[in-house]
Write a protein that binds this ligand. Structure first.
Ligand code: SAM
Ligand code: ZN
Length: 273
């Protein structure tokens, strides 16, 4: 991608924050640069790398390839449509998807809300490189959620899907009156896979307690669908989830996975300002 086209994607009204010293960063020539001269170059691949001492992530290319296949088959469309519904009722200009993975949600949101800014942030290089290959419109940043590269009170909406939260950072970057849309698994999410590899039922209680401590919850909504799946879909479902990290996926696991439940809880919240 031409470097000027990469830079154009980042040229919003937003002010970037240096992940090293927290001073403001501005676009200068082909880089983001802060007043202490910390410099992060835009890559022709289509993103900017903001992690000092990057270590590779267990969220690797193979996982994002499998996620991409599953998204392409519309298994998460009911979740996407719910996000569209929430955003349609809220005035916003800038949304940041924290832990964007291969970019399914913001790639589609940009098609729907063409004039809004959607930033994708992830700390896996494989995720970001996958995302920029598929999405030529949105700006993506390789960055850590504990150190978000945005100025205080600069973002209208943070989207945080199946990814850890950092409430200190979310509270800092979200404007007064802005929203956090946090999407978490329920005990039924990919239940058919969990039952194969784990004895205990999953509970999202701890996640909710932490969320309630840090934010004012405006709404909670559980969205669910159970699908009948074929062998290829089963294989990709098994490969797309951290539930199978360090597990040995056997042929019999693939063959016996004939149904899958995609049930998530969508929480809309306000950070406390
Ligand atoms: C289960 S995936 C979900 C991805 C995407 N939101 C989705 O729903 O398809 C979790 C994502 O969070 C990212 N992630 C985990 N820890 C992170 C951190 N500290 N900073 C930024 N991203 C992180 C991972 O690289 C991965 O892409
Ligand atoms: Zn700096």
């Amino acid at each position: 991608m031409k470097i000027e086209n990469v830079i154009k994607k980042f040229n919003s009204n937003i002010i970037y924050n240096c992940p090293k010293c927290y001073n403001d960063m501005y676009i200068e020539n082909n880089s983001l640069k802060c007043s202490l001269n910390h410099t992060y170059d835009f890559s022709k691949k289509g993103y900017v790398h903001l992690i000092n001492n990057y270590k590779s992530s267990k969220y690797d290319y193979k996982l994002f390839e499998a996620r991409d296949f599953i998204f392409y088959k519309n298994f998460y469309n009911h979740i996407y449509l719910e996000i569209v519904k929430i955003l349609s009722g809220h005035n916003f200009d800038i949304l940041v998807d924290v832990g964007c993975g291969e970019g399914y949600y913001i790639r589609n949101l940009k098609e729907y809300f063409g004039y809004k800014y959607f930033f994708g942030i992830d700390n896996s290089k494989d995720a970001i490189e996958f995302a920029v290959k598929k999405d030529k419109k949105n700006p993506y940043m390789l960055a850590n959620l504990s150190n978000l590269p945005f100025a205080s009170n600069s973002v209208d909406v943070v989207l945080n899907i199946l990814t850890p939260a950092n409430y200190k950072e979310f509270t800092r970057i979200i404007k007064k009156g802005g929203l956090l849309i946090k999407i978490i698994p329920t005990k039924n999410y990919l239940r058919e896979i969990r039952e194969k590899f784990y004895e205990q039922e999953y509970s999202n209680d701890d996640t909710l307690i932490l969320l309630e401590k840090n934010c004012q919850i405006l709404s909670r909504n559980t969205i669910t669908k159970t699908f009948t799946i074929n062998e290829e879909e089963a294989k990709n479902f098994l490969e797309m989830t951290p539930l199978t990290f360090s597990k040995n996926i056997k042929l019999e696991d693939i063959n016996s996975l004939q149904k899958i439940t995609v049930e998530l809880e969508i929480i809309v919240a306000k950070v406390m300002k």
